[in-house]
Design a protein around this ligand. Sequence first.
Ligand code: PLP
Length: 413
Amino acid sequence: MATMTFSIDAGEIRGQFPFFQPHPEMRSVIYLDNAATTQKPYAVIEAVSNFWAYHNANVHRGGHGAGAKASELYEAARERVAKFLNAREPAEIVFTRGTTEAINLVASSWGEAFIQPGDEIIVTEMEHHANLLPWMRLAEKKNAKLVVWRITEDGRLNLDDLRTLLTERTRLVAVAHISNVLGTINPVAEICRLAHAAGALCLVDAAQSVAHMPVDVQAIDCDFLMFSGHKAYGPTGIGALYAKRALLETMPPYQMGGGMVQTVSWERVVLAPPPAKFEAGTPPIGEAIGLHAALDFIDSIGRDAIEAYEHELTQYALERLQEVPGLRLYGPVPDRAGIFAFTLEDIHPHDIATVLDTRDIAIRSGLHCAHPLGERLGGSTARASLAVYNDTAHIDALIEGLHQVRKVFGYAG
Ligand code: PLP
């Protein structure tokens, strides 16, 4: 194998994470479950903890300095997300609990208001349940049609197939930027272009992409895009929905409560403009501030650099995975993200994960919240997924571990 020289020093990056430091009560783990959630750098933990310790107050309410400071930090986080995604303005960013809530918000609000009986919503066969079940429910409720864009044998989406699925009744194409199982990187800008040409809107689930590559909502020209903080080195309980301002203006609120109205009388409710209209109740303030720090962390390395590094690491992993007899990898090769779903001989994926866990290697196994895709692939898979703090030594350990799994289950060599 050719020696690789990497642009990023993953060891130095691990130094920024408490999870990777020696701890008297914890075993050191090779963490390869980043598609489920990433570890958190000190900078994020400190930002959240500083907020709780020194700046805690509710936002957009108190007539006191602490409230003003909390509001300032919260709105600065929104500006940071807008800049990160290259949104036109912070008002296009709605904070949510994560990707799941953001998609549910769109399905409940936009879907309830604009989907009519007989309308069509296109989803792909590779969607996570988060980008599937809200549309299934909406279609059922509205007597609309859910149209499935099937994947190719090698786990891609064929744009010609989309061309044949789009009709004058198509209202929305909902697609993952990167598949959380196959690692497929979908051509979302082209998909949005085709959707728009057919008069439909385009929603991009960026849960698996924002921490791994540049994502520019204006370049993609999506109508909706969402991600979760916790998959991007940030806290759980926070995520963001990007939507074009004109859409947010026409969409009804998702939940009603404090903070999302201008005036209320018994006769009349005057809603606040977006994004406040969609943020009823006390928002996740500390979590938004943690997300701000997480995006700063990502950009301190650089998303181009992260993409290039993870691409090299992915190529290394693809090459090494081939060495394991009886391993079947799913998804496209070599052009893909660092998410590797695989089976090994006829060993149950849970057993693979369990044996690797005894060697302190963390991967995931199962259907990865994508049951229809699992059905297409023939069942559960084991899944290893990379982040910027992983390196070739982690992949070497995984390969060695997989050889060990084979031995434990009685496979020769
Ligand atoms: N979409 C994709 C592609 C995902 O991988 C996930 C989580 O694994 C989600 C949506 C849901 O994210 P969350 O659970 O953070 O809302």
